[in-house]
Design a protein around this ligand. Structure first.
Ligand code: HEC
Length: 112
């Protein structure tokens, strides 16, 4: 019986781990323009965030907040984010499935 309980508990471990990496609270606001999980924005000039490098996303958010990258819409969005929010959001969006990919050198050569 004890063995069964252990097996059941081990079976639940991945579910608990998944629950911890839930959608960050502040990501809900982003979905209004960037789409759910940042994967399907509402317009072509609204970038896809899903699958982008986390350090790129964090850099962009830091720069919108500091004014180094100028965009009135995103400046307003980034103004209220803390450093911790930026890290969490950048990590979250980088882990989402989306259509972004990094072309190989072969792809680049084929276009020339
Ligand atoms: C009202 C619409 C709107 C909302 C809400 C919004 N964004 Fe944006 N976001 C934009 C637009 C438009 C751009 C493109 C701005 C530019 O050209 O620099 C952008 C750009 C970005 C970029 C740069 C992406 C790149 O490829 O360079 C990041 C990162 C980003 N947003 C993150 C977020 C996050 C995180 C949130 C939620 C806290 C959010 N955005 C909420 C409209 C929005």
């Amino acid at each position: 019986m004890k063995r069964i309980a252990t097996i059941v508990l081990l079976g639940l471990a991945p579910i608990a781990a998944f629950a911890q990496s839930a959608v960050p609270e502040k990501a809900a606001a982003c979905a209004a323009c960037h789409g759910e999980g940042g994967a399907k924005p509402i317009a072509p000039n609204y970038p896809i965030l899903a699958g982008q490098y986390a350090n790129y996303l964090a850099q962009a958010l830091n720069e919108y907040r500091s004014g180094g990258r100028k965009n009135p819409v995103m400046a307003a969005q980034a103004a209220t984010l803390t450093d911790a929010d930026i890290q969490v959001l950048a990590q979250y969006f980088s882990e989402q499935e989306g259509p972004l990919y990094t072309p190989s050198l072969g792809d680049a050569a084929a276009q020339n």
